[in-house]
Write a protein that binds this ligand. Structure first.
Ligand SMILES: [Fe+2]
Length: 307
């Protein structure tokens, strides 16, 4: 079995603000004794965990799953590097291995079945000379309630992209799929069939949380969900547009603490047995082919945890 991304956790000043943001984003909330947890419809594990740790907001941890053999391999590689394993950091934390990556971020890997997303029917889209939706209206219902399907990936800031990339490929067995020049960014898939990236690393003066990204099925879902966020006063960050690296359509929003959440769809998918030539992208091409609001805003790459 392969590694899979399960959840990420943020330490935040205000759980109520977190509840408003992620429920408006389209996730289901569960209250724990010492945390709030959010998951998409039909998911059997938490995907966002919020812990009230006060100001300022800080990235808390990332959690992966693997099988017993995968876990044993990671434990062996941690030992070989003299990396200490730690106690779970709070009462309701997952079991399994807890340790720090080379930047000091807390990482968990626990034993769990891989994530499975049920396949959805192919959309009927009319293309030039190829009409697959005949005598039927294409505009979705005006009362549609777009729901993200799953957490797909997250991005962490790091002062040393190659060093972090080496850690996650060598210790967790992840696979480098693409890079952006001059150590600006690296994109990592799991060691199994995987989205183009489940973890990406972005250069900054310090570690920190950049964004978490959730899968939608269409531009309609993404933009109707965007309207829902704007209606509650949440802020646009960048998009909609299409990334070069990973190919996904994107739209980013600011969470209440200047982190970001993204809706994505149509990301590149790489089965474990397929070759994927690692490409070194320029910054503009890697970032986007197009975006409705032009190039990324100045603060898109700002690490608010380093302020
Ligand atoms: Fe993303």
């Amino acid at each position: 079995m392969a590694l899979s991304l399960q959840h990420l956790a943020l330490g935040i000043p205000d759980l109520k603000a977190g509840a408003d943001f992620y429920t408006t984003f389209g996730m289901n909330m569960r209250e724990g004794d010492d945390r709030l947890a959010f998951r998409c419809d039909n998911r059997d594990h938490d995907e966002i965990v919020l812990l009230e740790t006060g100001k300022p907001r800080k990235f808390h941890h990332i959690s992966f799953a693997n099988d017993a053999a995968g876990l044993a391999g990671i434990e062996r590689r941690l030992k070989a590097r003299n990396i200490e394993t730690l106690k779970p950091p709070y009462k309701e934390a997952e079991d399994g291995l807890w340790f720090h990556d080379v930047d000091g971020n807390l990482v968990n890997v626990h034993e769990a079945a891989p994530n499975v997303t049920a396949p959805e029917p192919e959309p009927a889209i009319n293309r030039p000379g190829a009409f697959t939706r005949i005598n039927e209206r294409g505009c979705p219902p005006f009362d549609m309630d777009p729901r993200p399907r799953r957490l797909g990936h997250m991005i962490l800031f790091t002062p040393d992209v190659p060093r972090q990339s080496k850690f996650y490929t060598e210790v967790l067995g992840m696979r480098l799929t693409d890079r952006i020049v001059d150590g600006f960014a690296a994109f990592l898939a799991t060691d199994g069939d995987s989205d183009h990236h489940v973890l990406a690393l972005l250069n900054s003066v310090a570690p920190g949380f950049h964004h978490a990204s959730f899968e939608m099925a269409s531009i309609d879902e993404t933009e109707v969900a965007a309207k829902r966020l704007y209606g509650k006063g949440f802020k646009h960050a960048w998009g909609p547009g299409r990334h070069g690296v990973g190919s996904n359509y994107f739209h980013y929003f600011r969470d209440p603490w200047n982190g970001m959440a993204e809706y994505f769809f149509d990301i590149d998918y790489i089965p474990a047995d397929c070759e994927w030539p690692v490409t070194e992208w320029t910054k503009p091409a890697g970032m986007f082919l197009w975006s409705a609001d032009g190039p990324p805003p100045e603060d898109f790459g700002r690490n608010y945890e380093a302020d």
